[in-house]
Design a binder for this molecule. Sequence first.
Ligand SMILES: [Zn+2]
Ligand SMILES: [Zn+2]
Length: 122
Amino acid sequence: MEHLAPGPPKAKKPAPTVFCYICGRQFGSKSIEIHQKQCLKKWHLENDKLPKSQRRPEPIKPEIIRTGGKIDHEAMNEAMWEASKAQLIPCEWCGRRFAPGRLEVHQKSCTKENPAKQVPKK
Ligand SMILES: [Zn+2]
Ligand SMILES: [Zn+2]
């Protein structure tokens, strides 16, 4: 006997998202591979434009973390996120960390004479 479930189709699980270890943004697990290739290219372009003092070593892709034989996505995401944070450059005046393009914008208002005030976190 054919079984037809009444009501709307069961909601699919949301696509698992993965952090890009280079830029720290989230992507679907299917698009992350494609993105990371492009992201790394972009990273190199950006890095080459930076003054030598701000250049960073190439981001290292975190190893796959497994818990009980299964990939531990949560731990992986945390590792990816941490790795991406290492890519941020600290502002020499206020100490906050920025992506290379952002730092430039930020330092228009944050200077040695007048460093930006830290925004207190609530
Ligand atoms: Zn990325
Ligand atoms: Zn600053």
